[in-house]
Design a protein around this ligand. Structure first.
Ligand code: KG4
Ligand code: ZN
Length: 361
């Protein structure tokens, strides 16, 4: 087995991601440069069912994992000889789907003698920002908004997180998907609502903004989803009013996310925010948080849209940092469906008088 001494020895990392409905593999160099980034989306497979069917997702990952990894290596001009380490998502996500990537990564690492490291998917979303040309300097606040999570973190270093808040019910992306479904817009919902809202009036229908405790950093989106459902049931909605409903809903989500994100940065005295996760590709959210960040003297960093949604390059970045610290996983590494400690990224330890979350390894 290859021994890891320092970061130079594991410069090229193969990342593998199969936590949900994307089969993805990527090769990155030096922890911040993408050499290849292959994503095989299963959207067309799940579309007729209005959501991700876990069993179908696992089967498609099994079909696609080998060609996707082969393409990632070929696009990067790499092979198992030139790669220095393998990083694979081990949770949170659909366990059956995760196990496909995990089993492949273990077999690859075992047969090549390469070091393996298991990566937390949420940490991957945050690390996507390090692939951009102008990443935030530490410390910064990360607002992670995806299909399964809406979390706020204080990020003190590449592997150091303090959990500040999270949703108490639906994730923001989940709300987008559910509202799209009840408006008959299909799956996945976020992008359709984003596009349709551009033809709607965000002020015509004012849906509730749930801020919970004004000074706290938890979120709640299930009441908003219910308000949209009640509106649709109670009013005579024709297809002409759908863009206004979509825009009104989107504006309510964006108002809350922007307010909480900027307040969290102010509370921590941070001059930088990273907006990450699938919902960070929303055009209105990107526009509004940049505007309000600028007004507050806070620089907002957002990955390009293809690095906001699930990909393996972000997983490889975390793998790079973990392997640089000698954090290898053994071949009995397991998949997990949920992040423990209520969305925290790892175990709590004290650091300069603060609770800092060290990642799960
Ligand atoms: O991060 P991601 O790819 O997967 C998870 O880890 O969950 O996020 C997927 C979520 C879905 O809920 C999808 O509807 C949402 O991100 N999403 C969007 C947009 N693009 C994707 N939500 C709002 N606007 C978008 N443009
Ligand atoms: Zn994700």
């Amino acid at each position: 087995m290859a021994k890891i001494q320092n970061s130079k020895q594991h410069n090229l990392i193969l990342g593998i991601e199969t936590s949900c409905d994307e089969t993805a593999a990527a090769v990155i160099s030096g922890g911040d440069t993408i050499l290849s980034n292959v994503i095989w989306s299963q959207v067309a497979i799940h579309h007729p069912y209005g959501g991700v069917v876990p069993e179908l997702a696992s089967r498609k990952h099994m079909e696609k994992i080998v060609p996707v990894v082969e393409k990632a290596l070929a696009d990067a001009g790499a092979d198992s000889e030139s790669i220095h380490g393998v990083a694979v998502t081990c949770g949170p996500g659909l366990v059956g789907a995760l196990l496909v990537g995990l089993s492949f990564a273990k077999a690859f690492a075992y047969t090549t003698g390469l070091p393996l490291t298991g990566v937390n998917h949420l940490q991957g979303h945050i690390a996507a920002i390090y692939l951009e040309p102008d990443p935030p300097s530490f410390p910064f606040v990360a607002l992670l908004v995806s299909g399964g999570h809406t979390n706020l973190y204080y990020v003190a270093g590449p592997m150091e997180f303090e959990h500040m808040g999270q949703t108490r019910d639906d994730a923001a992306g989940e709300a987008f998907d559910k509202v799209a479904k009840l408006l008959g817009l299909g799956y996945p919902g976020g992008m359709v609502i984003d596009e349709l809202s551009q033809q709607g009036d965000p002020e015509r229908i004012r849906f509730p903004r749930v801020f919970l405790d004004k000074n706290g950093f938890d979120f709640s989106f299930s009441g908003l989803k219910t308000a949209v459902a009640r509106y649709v049931q109670g009013e005579k909605t024709d297809s002409g009013s759908i863009p206004d409903i979509a825009a009104g809903f989107q504006e309510a989500v964006v108002d809350v996310l922007v307010h909480k994100g900027i307040s969290a940065a102010k509370a921590k005295g941070c001059r930088h925010i990273a907006l990450v996760g699938g919902v960070a590709s929303n055009s209105r959210l990107r526009e509004r948080i940049r505007q309000e960040g600028e007004a507050a003297g806070i620089t907002v960093h957002i990955p390009s849209p293809e690095l906001c949604t699930d990909n393996a390059a972000m997983i490889a970045v975390v793998g790079y940092h973990q392997l640089s610290k000698g954090a290898r996983s053994s071949l009995d590494l397991d998949a997990y469906s949920k992040t423990s400690h209520s969305g925290r990224l790892g175990v709590v330890r004290r650091h300069s008088g603060k609770d800092i979350i060290a990642p799960f390894l």
